[in-house]
Design a protein around this ligand. Structure first.
Ligand code: ISJ
Length: 112
């Protein structure tokens, strides 16, 4: 019987070494992405509190449009699919707006 998945024991050790080296880099990049996202959410939480205190709306579509245009241009320069970059940013912003709505609700609930 043939199989398309060669067992690791059949694979050239040099290939396995290269795979491990690349996966180590992927793991480092994933860790950096998580840390950068955590920092971004720390900032957006502060923005959410500021907006709630001053009764500003949770979402700012004008700002979002400028960020999307900027990120698409950066993605093109970096040879990353701009549609993917936009989808990724839109996904993050949707979560931020959810947080801001929740902060606004909590803040309004505490107002006399
Ligand atoms: C963080 C903000 O709030 C929202 C979230 C944004 C984001 O995550 O970048 C951008 C615009 C707003 O819809 C902001 O107004 O700057």
């Amino acid at each position: 019987m043939t199989t398309s998945n060669a067992a690791a024991s059949d694979t050239d050790p040099a290939v396995l070494g290269e795979l491990t080296r690349l996966r180590d880099s992927i793991d480092n990049i994933d860790a950096a992405v998580v840390h950068m996202l955590a920092e971004r959410f720390k900032c957006t939480q502060q923005v959410g509190r500021l907006k709630a205190e001053h009764r500003l709306p949770p979402a700012d579509p004008g700002r979002e449009a400028r960020q999307i245009a900027r990120l698409r241009a950066l993605a093109e320069d970096a040879k990353l699919d701009p549609a993917f970059a936009e989808k990724f940013l839109t996904f993050i912003i949707a979560e931020v707006i959810r947080h801001h709505e929740s902060i606004a609700d909590d803040t309004a609930g505490g107002r006399s």
